[in-house]
Design a protein around this ligand. Structure first.
Ligand code: ADP
Length: 468
């Protein structure tokens, strides 16, 4: 069922319930106030009839009634009365007191003898209901006579029936009008959603540039459009990045493949001696190794940026740093770059710095930083590893005294396939994936990796990881 229909139905159902309750309340209020009016007027008339007509002795009723009629005027209209003696025997009655039970009801008689008035609803001879008050006339504390005044209820009942008929017509009409109005309102409010969903359907992965129209009212739908547009912008950026990445990766793969093909073609062009074949194969093997490394790096980057299978285990940072230091010492062996630990490296007895994550991945990230530091630090320089606790974070720093990085490039170098011109030479530079891999591994561990540098004087790369 459409939201529009559901909204209208709910709205109508609630309105119906409200109308029913209000109708019932107003109907009973009207009935109550009509009854009260009848009773009040009966009491008033009864008291006057009692005072005027309730005279002991054989006073002719006709005279009394005429007198009462004169006193009361219109108030007496359609009322009737009769006089009853204290035993309950009717003595005189107005001609209208046609049908009511010949004698007093036992309850009314009982009340009258106690001096209290009684209101009753009785049936007239033709079955029509009437309201009757029974009032005792007291003389010196003794009931000498009983006055009964009645009024047919037909008019009050007619008024009620009329009101009920009006309700029965007005409520459904009101409901119909409200339902129609509700449906129109709902349709108008939801029309924009229709438009939005049509636009959204048009937007595909190929064309993420389109945006949902906003009307600037700042209402919920405007807000929704804004949220969806932000999401589209993020998707567009992500898709663009993926496209760029694929293009860069293809380009990066093509270079060694072209070299490989060239080498093989040259080797096959003529008969070669065994040593020549061996040389050609060895050079091909270099290219293949580069391809394998590239493929591995790509895989690693994809895995770590997808955050997949990060096996969470406690990782002690100190042995990890010492292990990488070991590797760095071996890599630097024979060169003129000094590799060492910072003075402030935690000593035995210091609290352990433990993070949660995958030791192999973290080692890879740190090793990438250290390899870079060694690569871009000329002879005589120093590469220094530091580990410290800063607040709730474990901080690893790789400091070098190498060529440094221009401020404008400092963020760029973390993007995949970015190599700075100075380091473009394939001999030293990798594919430009090292820092991208390191950053995505650290990010997958909830940490950050940032670089600072003074061109010509060296760089510091800082890994911050939340401690377990
Ligand atoms: P690569 O595999 O080429 O080293 P990276 O992503 O690790 O790729 O580094 C990207 C670029 O950042 C490098 O080409 C280099 O120019 C620059 N770079 C990285 N580390 C350093 C450093 N310690 N000193 C100077 N330049 C660096």
């Amino acid at each position: 069922m459409k939201i529009r229909t559901r909204l209208t139905l709910w709205y109508t159902a609630i309105l119906f319930a409200i109308l029913v309750v209000i109708s019932a309340l107003s109907y009973s209020l009207l009935r109550w106030s009509l009854n009260k009016d009848v009773d009040d007027s009966l009491l008033a008339v009864g008291q006057i009839v009692r005072d005027v007509g309730g005279i002991p002795g054989p006073a002719p009723l006709g005279g009394a009634e005429a007198l009462v009629r004169e006193i009361l005027g219109p108030e007496f209209y359609d009322k009737f009365f009769r006089l009853v003696d204290p035993d309950g025997q009717p003595r005189a009655r107005s001609p209208f007191f046609a049908g009511a039970a010949a004698s007093l009801s036992p309850a009314a008689l009982r009340n009258a003898r106690r001096g209290a008035p009684t209101f009753e609803t009785v049936a007239l001879r033709d079955g029509a209901p009437a309201r009757v008050i029974t009032l005792p006339v007291l003389r010196a504390g003794r009931v000498v006579e009983i006055v009964q005044v009645g009024i047919p209820l037909a008019r009050a009942h007619q008024t009620l029936a009329h009101y009920l008929r009006t309700l029965l017509i007005l409520v459904p009409v009101g409901l119909l009008l409200a339902a129609a109005g509700g449906a129109l309102t709902a349709r108008a409010a939801l029309a924009r959603i229709d438009t939005m969903s049509r636009t959204a359907r048009r937007i595909s992965a190929e064309d993420l540039a389109e945006r949902l129209a906003r009307d600037g009212t700042g209402d919920e739908l405007d807000h929704l459009a804004e949220t969806l547009n932000e999401m589209l912008a993020r998707l567009e950026a992500a898709f663009a990045e993926i496209r760029r990445f694929s293009a860069d990766a293809a380009h990066e793969l093509r270079t060694p493949l072209t070299a490989l093909r060239g080498g093989l073609e040259v080797a096959l062009r003529a008969e070669r001696t065994a040593p020549q074949y061996r040389a050609a194969l060895a050079s091909s093997l270099d290219d293949v190794e580069r391809l394998v490394r590239l493929a591995e790096d790509l895989l690693l980057l994809t895995r770590s940026s997808a955050g997949a299978e990060a096996k969470a285990a406690p990782v002690d940072l100190e042995p990890l740093v010492l292990d990488v230091l070991d590797t760095a010492l071996r890599l630097a062996a024979g060169g003129a770059v000094t590799v060492r630990l910072a003075d402030a490296f935690p000593r035995a007895g210091d609290a352990q710095l433990t993070v949660t994550g995958e030791a192999m991945a973290l080692r890879r990230a740190l090793l990438n930083l250290v390899e870079n530091a060694l690569k871009y630090t000329p002879a005589g320089g120093t590469v220094e590893l530091a580990l410290a606790r800063e607040g709730a974070e474990g901080v690893i720093r790789v400091r070098d005294t190498g060529v440094g990085i221009a401020a404008a490039d400092l963020e760029r170098i973390f993007d995949p396939f970015v190599r700075l011109d100075a380091a473009r030479a394939r001999a030293t530079g990798g594919a430009g994936l090292g820092l991208a891999i390191a950053r995505s591994i650290v990010a997958a561990h909830g940490g950050t990796l940032a670089g600072e540098s003074a061109p010509g004087r060296g760089s510091v790369f800082t890994i911050r990881l939340p401690l377990a």
